[in-house]
Design a protein. Structure first.
Length: 185
């Protein structure tokens, strides 16, 4: 009976398994202890390691070592954190550039539409990365407070980039807060 469901950290889909299949995949190294698991009829989502500890299974890993004894904790979500930092810095710098630098010419229509679309995608990606990273963290834990602050600053900057376009016709076309025609001599 497949009453267990597992997924990789950050994964989208749950894989139904029986306890025998779980043991086989753990022994083969396909499933790791930090993967998420839930059982039919229960509301708690726990790690596979917690499930094994609760059921007191004496599982031995593929290298013959007990996986509950680890020398280093496995860092999860590092790639997502770096992506969130880079995207946040890009959005903040782009916002500052559009506020501080005066535009001198209107872009062509495709360029304008593309920058509006990229602004929207940037805000959506920022929110998606934040959800991906912080969904597994306990709410009261101050772990990675810098990332939370950076996210909120970038979110305000991303929304600000979109709101700048409502400042007037020139701002709508250029995406900059100020516009000035440069006179040639």
């Amino acid at each position: 009976m497949k009453d267990l469901h597992v997924k990789k950290p950050g994964g989208w889909f749950w894989t139904p398994l029986s306890e025998v299949e779980l043991d086989q995949r753990l022994g083969a190294g396909v499933i790791q202890r930090e993967w998420r698991l839930w059982r039919d009829g229960e509301s708690d989502v726990i790690t596979v390691g917690e499930f094994l500890d609760r059921n007191e299974k004496g599982w031995i890993g593929p290298q013959g070592l007990d996986p509950s004894i680890e020398t280093k904790p496995v860092a999860t979500g590092n790639r997502e954190r770096v992506m969130l930092q880079l995207l946040s810095i890009y959005i903040i710098c782009s916002f500052l550039y559009r506020v501080l630098v005066t535009a001198h010419e209107y872009p062509m229509r495709p360029s304008q539409v593309l920058t509006i679309a990229l602004d929207l995608v940037g805000v959506i990606a920022l929110i998606g990365l934040k959800v991906q990273i912080f969904k597994d963290m306990p709410s009261g834990q101050p772990e990675w407070m810098t990332g939370r602050v950076l996210f909120w600053i970038a979110l305000f900057a991303g929304v600000g980039r979109l709101l700048i376009r409502l400042n007037g016709d020139a701002s709508w076309w250029t995406g900059h807060l100020f516009y000035e025609i440069e006179m040639s001599r």
